[in-house]
Ligand binder design. Structure first.
Ligand code: G4F
Length: 348
């Protein structure tokens, strides 16, 4: 795959005259849906990608295999999040209108294992980006993709923008820092900075180590005889699960609003992991109880039990309307994994 940097590290991209956006984390679930959305709206989209020995960009494949899009309205730039000099150079040269900061280590369980790098990537890198933007003559509008993990286990349910910040995981703590820094740059430097405080959001593009995708893949693969069992941790916790495509729509809406602000994004319904299991396995005519093995290694040192968000502010101020129900989400994920599993079976 071609990239934007020439042999001397000089960029070969041409900056479009229309609206432009830069996305960190463009190869992730949310980044790829956001790229789809912005390209459909006529934006020129720039994405920062990590330089790695193996290239994992499957979520963008439909875009960069499209000659009308790749290197025309979609450009990828190599820049690790810690590489402040490169990010500064790219941002100064491009002069984008909107900056969506989605990258970071986002696995809550993993953050207990690797707290330092989680804080470095999720907290400090956000601060460094804000500093880069502050130095620009015309800073772009800035969106930080925050997380409801900043609330920990709140006394009140549902949670909204006024819920006290009290994280209970290294990831939540790093996100709390980044969220508050975003507010500080808005309030003290007058920059157009927004936080979207998202509850769980899933899709067929979800990473394979998050619980919903583990389940949808297992249901599909077990039903086709490609897998024997499913190993999980605690299945009693409940989450407020929405669809990632709906959530990136709200991120875009936040940056189109006349005032910057913070917005909780949530479906407003909470379902347990066991409900997700039940629906996913029922979709392929199976009972999850026959295949589930619970293992200590997937239990967390601390897990938040019950999550429910109140996204009234986003709905009222931004006119946000999530489109997909919990049942539709489970169905879409299992159907997508059935297609993948059938292809694997066919080729073996
Ligand atoms: O899918 P999960 O890993 O999502 P979690 O921890 O709720 O975090 C996600 O949502 C947050 C917002 O609410 C984001 F900030 C964060 O970045 C991420 O997107 O786990 C969901 C539930 C947990 O209770 C977990 O303990 O499923 C439980 N679970 C049980 N077995 C498992 C497993 N989770 C994972 N990942 N893997 C298991 O085997």
């Amino acid at each position: 795959m071609a990239d934007m940097m020439g042999p001397e590290g000089k960029s070969t991209a041409k900056v479009d005259s229309g609206r432009t956006a830069l996305i960190t984390g463009i190869t992730g679930q949310d980044g790829s849906y956001l790229a789809d959305l912005l390209l459909a709206k006529g934006y020129t989209v720039h994405g920062l990608v990590r330089r790695a020995s193996s290239i994992e960009r499957s979520r963008l494949k439909h875009l960069y295999s499209d000659a009308a899009v790749y290197d025309r309205t979609l450009f990828l730039h190599y820049a690790d999040l810690e590489d402040t000099t490169t990010i500064r150079r790219i941002v100064s040269r491009l002069g984008v209108d909107e900056f969506y900061h989605l990258a970071g280590q986002s696995h809550v369980g993993l953050s207990f294992e690797i707290p330092e790098s989680t804080c470095e990537l999720t907290a400090m890198c956000t601060l460094r980006i804000l500093e880069i933007l502050r130095d620009l003559e015309h800073p772009p509008r800035f969106l930080h993709a925050s997380s409801r993990e900043i609330f920990g286990t709140p006394a009140d349910s549902p949670q909204d923008e006024n819920t006290p910040v009290h994280p209970e995981s290294p990831y939540g703590c790093a996100k709390a820092f980044a969220t508050q820094m975003t507010q500080i740059y808005r309030e003290t430097h007058g920059m157009f900075c927004c936080n979207t405080i998202s509850y769980n959001h899933e899709s067929p593009r979800r990473g394979e180590n998050f619980v919903t995708r583990k389940i949808s893949m297992a249901a599909a693969r077990i039903s086709l005889g490609l897998q024997k069992d499913l190993r999980l941790g605690d299945i009693h916790a409940s989450r407020d699960w929405g669809h990632a495509r709906d959530f990136v729509q709200a991120m875009w809406l936040a940056l189109q609003h006349d005032q910057p602000g913070d917005y909780v994004l949530a479906s407003g319904e909470s379902h347990s992991v066991s409900e997700f299991l039940h629906l996913a396995f029922a979709h392929v005519g199976l009972s999850y109880e026959d295949y589930l093995i619970q293992e200590m290694r997937y239990q967390r040192p601390h897990d938040v039990d019950h999550l429910l968000g109140d996204s009234s502010k986003a709905r009222e101020e931004l006119g946000w309307r999530p489109q997909m129900s919990f049942e539709e989400l489970v169905r879409e994920m299992v159907e997508a994994d059935l297609q993948i599993a059938r292809a694997e079976k066919g080729s073996s």
